[in-house]
Design a protein around this ligand. Sequence first.
Ligand SMILES: Nc1ncnc2c1ncn2[C@@H]1O[C@H](COP(=O)(O)OP(=O)(O)OP(=O)(O)O)[C@@H](O)[C@H]1O
Length: 614
Amino acid sequence: MTQGTAVRPLAGAWAVAVGLIIALPWLGASGATLRLVTLVAILALVVSGLNLTLGYAGELALAQVPIYAAGAYATGYLATAVINDLLVAMAASVLVAVLVGVVTGLPGLRLGGWTLAITSFFVVLLIPSIVNAFGDRLGGYEGMIGIPAPAVFGIDLDGPAFYVVVIAVTALWFVIFRNIAVSRHGASLLVLKQSPILAAAVGTSPHGTKIVAYAIGAVPAGIAGCFAAYVDAYLSPLTFGLELSIIILAAGILGGPTSVYGAIIGAAIMQIGPLRVTVFDKYALVAYGVFLIIGGLLLRNGLAGVTTRLVGRLKVRRRREAATADPHAADGTAVDLPAVDGQPLAVRGVTKRFGGNLAVDGVSFDALPGQITALVGPNGSGKTTIMNLISGYYSADAGTVTLGDRVVSGLPAHRVARRGVGRTFQTPLIPQGLTVADTIITGRLGSHPVSLLATALRLPRHWKALAEERRGSREIMRALGLDRYADLPAAELALGTRRLLELGRAIAGGSALVLLDEVASGLDEEDIQGLVRVLTKMRAAGVTVVLVEHNFSLVKAVADSIVVLAEGQVIATGTPAQIAADPTVVRTYLGAGGEITGTRVTAERTAGEKAGQA
Ligand SMILES: Nc1ncnc2c1ncn2[C@@H]1O[C@H](COP(=O)(O)OP(=O)(O)OP(=O)(O)O)[C@@H](O)[C@H]1O
């Protein structure tokens, strides 16, 4: 997602490559070569759609062939029966393809993983029957013949004109695809792919993002279908079969599914490879299988991934050396967090039952802006359930949650996040493939939306938002002492740093309320000191902080008020001094006569988690 870095040399190389390919007819390339390049471009378009939905969004929506076929038949039908205009055909093909993409993806909103793969793959088998059902218009099993040569505004695109259009449009699509991939929208897809729970926590709707992914993934396949209809002037339902599905999958996996340009590499190998191997036809499926296995097993993220990893490793090594050169250079001690408009939280009579288990039983408490309110209690007392009820992951059986003057109970998690609720998780959710700076920026996805169109076309709104989010994330990284890690892969950081990073992400959108679930778990003394500094800064910035924590020493040090839970009910509320001296609380934790300094539970859990980390 790191935008702008190394873009100019890449853009220059891309422009030169595209210019050279467009110039091929004038450089003496044969008709066969131009046809081959056209077919590579068409396949690359289809594969790029797969990369977007599968590689970036992680959705096993494998209906690229039906989407491609829909685009092709839309153009075929228009050109033969209605109007022969490439621009109209392209628009119609894209529309029909997006419709098919969204409809075939819809099961993915309810079903996950392989179930979606099987249902979307199954649509491939239906293509001949569907085409045959509209036999009089689409040519049935015999195929659709007589598609005229393309024209624009009544002018025939003869000579190399159509070839130039195909390459130019394909090149333009890849620029748009890259603009989306290397942006907050690309990051949003990566977040969704790795954790729908996290996607909701940063304010993006998992369902909405999936539908957008199905729709954008269908756009290039629709364009490809339009071009394919004109290339052969003939369409047969047999072309759009299982073999093509496997070719597309193999090209995607071989080129690198989580890459933009991998689609071109994969498509080129799959189109050019067969020409070099004379026995290919006989063993085509075996060869495609071998390509799939090579791509899937031996190359993580395909051939594009090999290059990215080599370059990435060099960069990361240099950045890591710089980050560790002076470990005390910037711990953020002297830098404050930007002020936020914290809102009071009111939890009233909230109840949650799981079957026969009354996990939360009529809980009420308040948390105020500029204060840290701790929820403590033994394991299973309902703390995390309350966090999930406040942040919208669970809906309450009774009671209300109000933030400021708005009731947020009953809203889904992503909408609660957009109302200004940030949170962390017991096990930090830090997606792979993002730097520390990018991870902080993902905290703004829901609260500071920028349209897909503005991002894809790099409109002024995009650049303005980019500048704002860079400035905002820099401020937070400096205050948290994370700026020296800014360009390092976030998922590879030590646990303490990842917990701070989660905190940074939770406040990045200017959250009015931040819910922290056992942020000190697994941290050593030095990390805890850093955490205390950050919590103090959050309070000073005016954030309403709710802290679930087993480490009572930490709670005593930072909390303004404490709510004690046992068996789903509030058994005491007060200041740290009041709670530490409350005999009921002491009994609940350590048995009569004990003093609360930490809990046995904490020590055991922390040791266990550390062992787990190791
Ligand atoms: N999704 C769920 N389905 C069924 N039962 C659940 C679910 N989530 C929590 N519970 C149950 O609700 C009760 C409260 O659990 P919860 O995780 O909220 O406690 P906790 O105080 O956060 O515990 P811990 O300190 O161990 O995190 C427990 O009995 C737990 O088993």
